[in-house]
Design a protein around this ligand. Structure first.
Ligand code: ADP
Length: 439
């Protein structure tokens, strides 16, 4: 209305002065100037960013339109301020909660640069607030940690000694979140490790202490059984029963000692190239002897030029456990195939049988110590219940995994999958690649 009035007045004065167009132009310019003036004031007010009210009481009162613009901007600014205050309050609460956590929390970006860390990170990982902006691997340099971080395995955890105190064992996990950020969590796992170590030492010591007396008892029993004439006939049966049981105990003690050795094995370099085909020849011969009258058909298919970097005794123990299991759990005359081959995924030892198989509910737990599908059956066939636990540990020590596929009534495949880096190629001898032995 005001503008229309202004133009009306300008037109009237212009008409009186005989210059209506010039007067209208002047009025338009004045109008434009007025709008620019308000725009300028609005810009100044916004730029100042102060929480003062908009300049509505300025000498030149703004019209309803500009008043509306000012008020609206003012309300928006108030709202955004409130939101900011709320967000920063929540952030502070979150930070103080994270800071109070007994576990170390470190926020990393995509390049593993520290963005934030809590108080426990200083205590456990020797990381400080002022370290933000630095790469975590230059601050925590343990090779296992650096390797773990590079692997980006989010479903696994790593145990390694704290950089501040090597007696403290830390368990580290990494969780990805947000836009390529990662949360590193470290927990003090020393107590659990000590308990684990105590358990291992206890089992190892007991087994060690039992071995000598058992060997002596077993030796005397063997001597007595060998001298049939010196022993009254009514003692023969109990003596042979005692001998059987002492042999079983010796096997048990031997397996327990083997397991503790495997568990206590620290980090080591697998340098020695093992002639696995020759090892399997030996195992196949022993298996034929073990099968004896039972007439299993045992086939060995080996890539003769394929050797493996590893620990010979451990590999022998793992492979012969699998093959002897196949004999023990496959009915007389059954088929057992041992395969040794490599492909792009790695190096594989497979033991396949067409024996009784294992039902899915047992498969999950079959590698646990003393877990047996049928206790009596295992005991009668000379089992200790530790065979597959040994295989699992040997595979762990070689960076590999044991995979079991089985169907009840059809048979089982036990596959030891080794990483491809352990493969060693030797000139394959000219003779046949596959050796077949059967009874
Ligand atoms: P055990 O001394 O009892 O054989 P293992 O750890 O070697 O102990 O095996 C655990 C259990 O797994 C066995 O008791 C048996 O039930 C099952 N098992 C192992 N190998 C086979 C196989 N080839 N076929 C069927 N069952 C098997």
């Amino acid at each position: 209305m005001r503008i229309l009035g202004l133009f009306g007045l300008a037109a009237a004065i212009g008409w009186l002065l005989g210059q209506p167009l010039s007067a209208l132009l002047l009025a338009a310019l004045a109008c434009l100037g007025w709008q620019l003036f308000h725009l300028y004031r609005l810009e100044q007010w916004l730029r100042r960013g102060s929480p003062t009210r908009p300049p509505s009481a300025y000498p030149f009162r703004p019209n309803a339109f500009w008043n509306e613009v000012y008020q609206h901007s003012f309300r928006l600014r108030q709202r955004s301020r409130k939101r900011k205050r709320k967000v920063s309050r929540i952030l502070k609460q979150f930070q103080s909660a994270a800071a109070a956590l007994p576990d170390a929390v470190v926020v990393l970006n995509e390049e593993d640069t520290v963005l934030w860390c809590n108080e426990a990170a200083r205590r456990l990982l020797n990381l400080h607030r002022q370290d933000s902006g630095l790469k975590v691997t230059t601050l925590v340099r343990h090779p296992k940690f650096v390797h773990f971080l590079a692997q980006r395995r989010y479903d696994e955890s790593l145990d390694f000694p704290s950089p501040l105190d090597t007696d403290v064992v830390l368990s580290v996990r990494i969780a990805p979140y947000g836009k390529k950020q990662r949360l590193l969590l470290a927990t003090d796992n020393t107590r659990l490790h000590r308990l684990e170590q105590m358990r291992r030492d206890f089992v190892a010591n007991v087994s060690h202490e039992l071995r000598t007396p058992l060997t002596v008892i077993n030796g005397y029993l063997e001597t007595l059984l060998d001298n049939e004439d010196a022993v009254p006939s009514r003692w023969q049966k109990p003596l042979s029963g005692m001998h059987q049981q002492s042999c079983r105990m010796l096997r048990l003690v031997g397996d327990l000692l083997m397991l503790s050795r495997l568990e206590n094995q620290g980090e080591r370099q697998l340098q020695h190239a093992v002639d696995v085909p020759a090892l399997l020849d030996e195992i196949a011969d022993d298996t034929i002897a073990l099968s004896g009258e039972r007439g299993h058909r045992i086939v060995l298919e080996a890539d003769r030029g394929l050797w493996l970097r590893g620990h010979e005794q451990e590999l022998h123990s793992a492979f012969s456990n699998l093959v002897s299991n196949a004999v023990r759990y496959t009915p007389d005359g059954g088929h057992i195939t041992i395969r040794w081959q490599a492909d792009e995924r790695g190096v594989h030892l497979e033991v396949e049988d067409d024996g009784e198989g294992i039902s899915p509910q047992h498969l999950q737990r079959i590698t646990e110590r003393f877990y047996r599908v049928n206790r009596d059956r295992s005991r009668d066939s000379g089992g200790t219940g530790l065979g597959l636990a040994i295989v699992k540990h040997v595979m762990l020590n070689h960076g590999g995994k044991l995979h079991i596929t089985s169907l009840v009534g059809v048979g089982s495949i036990f596959a030891c999958d080794f990483p491809a880096e352990l493969q060693v190629r030797q000139e394959a001898p000219a003779e046949a690649e596959a050796l077949e032995q059967s009874l």
